[in-house]
Design a protein around this ligand. Structure first.
Ligand code: SF4
Length: 409
């Protein structure tokens, strides 16, 4: 049976963080008094969220027919803040997926959480409905840093949620941390890492803050001192060293795990497995065809309604093949597939395997890319090892450059 992964996008947050340019909307009460935000969705937005979940469920149902022969190996609730959904909603969506797809018994099922939106009741709901991996957005253990970037939670709330999750029985938890925050120095950042490892999560994702245009933090950048590129690289290097000393191996540029706890869902993206995304702006790639759901709510609604009509007419048989325009399908050429295979594969520390390349494409990686590989090995940014190629430490620092070299003209 072929494998499939499912992504569910929940585009709502209590309040936008100051650095965020993800597709998400503020739906909170606007309260900034340090109270607990659990279930603090502004009443006017409750209906909006409910309508969105109804659309999402329709999309899930109507997209199912072509995937009758696929086994779902991972499900990921991302956002936005999926954990702000009212109690009962996540389990409803999950039941709905199980009703329409073959979800493997041992599927990895993750939900992203903002600590301020979770309580024991929600955690119990999650474990009961089969969620077996939590991804908690901490970002920093320093409350002043959290405030500077507009996070709604403090460290104490995070720790309370983390300990409750352990007590309830979650044994696979990721903690997100960020470096290169405003006014942060290396010591500050290392303090966060130490506090995180003291809790012994199974997985750590560590990203540098990127100042995106048109975000409030970018507009206010003159008020802060941001780490220089050099300091940022040093934070990155120290992350790898420190986490390795504490039992976490880096398996992707920004992801670290204890043995056996690499994120199965994200590996599907990097290894070009089949995945379908549901919800506003969600991206999909199945059988070498990519498509994206609309990013505008009205267009998303029209899209789901059209999808429902097509499904009813055709019984859902290969509807995506029949309506390229509606679904904005982008079939990938073999060359594009090869490019993706290389630059997504190189994100992983084990790199890209020449034999697998041959099995997938029937062509030799060395014949196609030999000159590029020679050049990059010469620069010291790539290394050949037993039929594989992978980034060196130096290569990680310039990974965008290295990956761009694998694009065909
Ligand atoms: S919680 Fe995440 S998605 Fe929501 S505003 Fe903050 S960074 Fe963006």
């Amino acid at each position: 049976m072929k494998e499939l992964s499912i992504y569910i996008h929940i585009p709502f947050c209590v309040r936008k963080c100051l650095y965020c340019d993800f597709l998400s909307f503020s739906v909170g009460t606007g309260s900034d008094d340090g109270d607990n935000y659990v279930n603090q969705i502004a009443p006017a937005n409750e209906k909006k969220i409910e309508s969105y979940v109804n659309l999402l469920c329709d999309e899930i149902r109507c997209s199912a027919p072509p995937y009758g022969q696929y086994r779902v190996i991972s499900i990921f609730f991302g956002g936005g803040t999926p954990s702000l959904l009212p109690v009962g909603t996540v389990s409803r969506i999950l039941d709905w997926i199980r009703e329409h797809y073959h979800v493997a018994e041992d599927a990895e099922i993750t939900i992203e959480m903002n600590p301020e939106t979770v309580d024991e009741k929600k955690l119990k709901e999650y474990i009961t409905c089969g969620i077996n991996r939590l991804s908690i957005g901490l970002q920093s253990a320093d409350d002043a840093e959290l405030k500077r970037i507009g996070r709604i939670h403090d460290y104490r709330t995070f720790e309370k949620v983390y300990r409750a999750a352990r007590r309830i029985g979650f044994d696979n938890i990721n903690i997100d941390v960020m470096s290169a925050l405003p006014d942060q120095n290396l010591d500050d950042y290392m303090r966060t890492l130490r506090q995180v490892t003291a809790l012994a999560p199974e997985h750590v994702s560590a990203y540098s803050l990127t100042l995106e245009d048109d975000t409030p933090l970018c507009d206010r950048r003159a008020e802060f001192r941001f780490p220089t590129d050099e300091e940022e690289r040093e934070m990155y290097r120290r992350t790898g060293e420190y986490l390795a000393e504490n039992g976490y191996h880096r398996y992707e540029i920004s992801n670290y795990a204890r043995e056996g706890f690499e994120c199965r869902h994200n590996k599907v993206y990097w290894q070009r497995g089949n995945y379908i995304g549901f919800g506003l702006g969600a991206a999909s790639m199945a059988e070498n065809v990519r498509w994206n759901d609309p990013v505008d709510m009205e267009r998303y609604q029209a899209y789901v309604e059209q999808l429902a009509r097509s499904t009813d007419k055709t019984g859902g048989r290969r509807i995506r093949e029949n309506d390229v325009k509606l679904f904005d399908l982008q079939p990938l050429t073999v060359r594009e597939q090869m490019e993706e295979f290389m630059f997504l594969g190189l994100r992983m520390m084990r790199g890209v395997d020449g034999q697998t390349f041959y099995e997938v494409f029937g062509e030799s990686m060395e014949e196609l890319y030999g000159k590029v590989i020679d050049k990059l090995c010469g620069y010291g940014v790539l290394v050949r090892e037993q039929g594989r190629i992978r980034l060196t430490e130096q290569g990680i620092d310039v990974s965008n450059f290295v990956m761009s070299q694998f694009l065909f003209d």
